[in-house]
Design a protein around this ligand. Structure first.
Ligand code: SF4
Length: 462
């Protein structure tokens, strides 16, 4: 399962590319394919590149990006190809100037909007839904000469998930989709304001969190002022996976600490699904750590690491052939033998998607001498895919799509397997089901998937 993207927008009375760079560094976990910064001083400047934030920007780049307002982006592609043209911020030039846009999310009716825009004469250079958004907003901006009105009109057209930051000549704008599916928050720093996907980005520049951008809300930063434009919001549906998996544990979302959410879920797992005869509870590093600490607290089991992660296995890691996959797992993870040999282990992970990693880890622990491995999972069973900006496996690759818990237990070789249930997770996080998207768990999505057949018919009818 892959995260989507991270966005940021900052204003300051001082030169700020370094602040944007730090904020992007804090959001690196949300996308590792490309990064970019757009700033404005007397003109708009843009620097984008493939790779991690420190690989993309040199000191020289940051000096040349001089400006006191700007936006930034880290990308993992969910639509469009992984190439420099699709990296963001995306800049478009229109009759009245330039607009740069950084987007996290997925527009479900982008093909339909693109068709309409093409009929109006717009020309596109990528398959990216961000380019379609940028053209749509520019179209209304030319007509109305007011960015807030242009965004309100665009919101009426756009379906899907989006948390965006925009840079136009004299303003930075933040906008969250009417369901608030993707996260976006804002805060104040010494010399201005910041809008970002996660509050951890605010911490890096010593900004104080003001709060979340509300679903459908538009925040405009101009001349050190902040203005908010709210419209009647739709049913809130924030992606629950942000709290338990995607976002950093040190980020605060919807007033909730993600660390506490994970700890409470771990506690609930320990309370509901104990293994009295086990010797220890261990996390799958690093994602299972907070859950395992929580499990240890309520079950009374000793917390000890049974797996050690090699933190230097990076993105460019080469896996020569199928037969070497076992070697690959051993390269990434190694058993801590004194905590494994002849031990009955409760292994805690944040989620199980295809089950292939769980199977390999359990095999590795058993090979290292584990007597029994009981798997406890901090996210409920993932039974369906996501069309709202999370890159998951195909439906039939999801192990829980058409297997019972008992069948999954056998497939992955665990001695016992328990997932947290949806109601138990909500109770642990103290969050209301009506305010979350749980689509991949219960197939109730806030926005319907556009199927290609319907889309083709609609396009033909026009
Ligand atoms: S379907 Fe799942 S992953 Fe996608 S937004 Fe909803 S909860 Fe998040």
């Amino acid at each position: 399962m892959h995260d989507e993207c991270g966005v940021v927008g900052i204003t300051s009375t001082e030169n700020l590319p370094l602040k944007i760079y730090y904020a992007l560094y804090a959001l690196q976990h949300r996308g590792q394919e490309s990064a970019g910064i757009a700033t404005y001083n007397d003109r708009m400047k843009l620097r984008r590149g493939m790779g991690l934030v420190p690989e993309v920007f040199t000191e020289e780049d940051l000096n040349s990006l001089e400006g006191n307002k700007g936006i930034g982006h880290v990308r993992y592609s969910t639509s469009g190809e992984s190439k420099i043209e699709s990296s963001q911020p995306l800049m478009v030039t229109h009759q009245k100037g330039r607009l740069a846009l950084a987007h996290n999310g997925h527009i479900t009716n982008s093909r339909e909007i693109r068709q309409e825009l093409e009929e109006d004469g717009h020309v596109f250079s990528t398959g990216n839904d961000t380019e379609i958004m940028a053209h749509l907003i520019s179209k209304y901006l030319i007509k109305t000469d007011d960015i807030v009105t242009a965004l309100e009109r665009s919101k009426e057209k756009l379906k899907g998930s989006y948390a965006i930051t925009i840079l136009i000549k004299d303003k930075i704008i933040g906008l969250r989709d009417p369901h608030g599916i993707k996260p976006l928050c804002y805060g104040k720093h010494k010399n201005g304001y910041i809008i970002a996907s996660e509050s951890a980005a605010l911490d890096t520049i010593e900004a104080e969190l003001i709060g979340d951008v509300e679903p459908g809300e538009i925040i405009v930063l101009e001349n050190q002022d902040l203005k908010s434009y709210k419209t009647k919001q739709k049913q809130k549906a924030h992606c629950f996976f942000e709290h338990v998996y995607f976002a950093r544990p040190d980020s605060i979302m919807d007033g909730k600490s993600n660390y506490k959410c994970r700890l409470q879920i771990g506690k609930k797992l320990g309370e509901k699904y104990p293994v009295p005869d086990a010797d220890l509870v261990s996390p799958v590093p690093d994602s299972g750590i907070t859950f395992a600490i929580g499990y240890s607290e309520t079950s009374g089991l000793k917390y000890a690491e049974s797996l050690m992660k090699n933190r230097y296995v990076g993105r460019t890691f080469i896996m020569p052939n199928q037969g070497m996959r076992e070697d690959a797992v051993r390269l990434k993870l190694n058993a801590v033998k004194p905590n494994v040999k002849d031990k009955e282990i409760v292994l805690v992970d944040d989620s199980v998607v295809r089950g292939t990693t769980s199977k390999r880890i359990i095999k590795l622990l058993k090979k290292a001498g584990a007597k029994k491995v009981h798997l406890r999972v901090g996210a409920p069973k993932i039974i369906s895919t996501c069309h709202l900006g999370i890159d998951m496996a195909n439906k039939d690759q999801l192990i829980a799509h058409n297997s019972t818990t008992e069948q999954i237990k056998q497939k992955i070789g665990a001695d016992s397997l328990k997932y947290i249930k949806i109601n138990e997770m909500l109770d642990a996080m103290n969050l209301n089901q009506n305010e979350l998207c749980l689509g991949c768990l219960n197939e109730k999505y806030p926005i319907k998937k556009q199927d290609n057949k319907t889309l083709q018919t609609k396009i033909k009818q026009k």
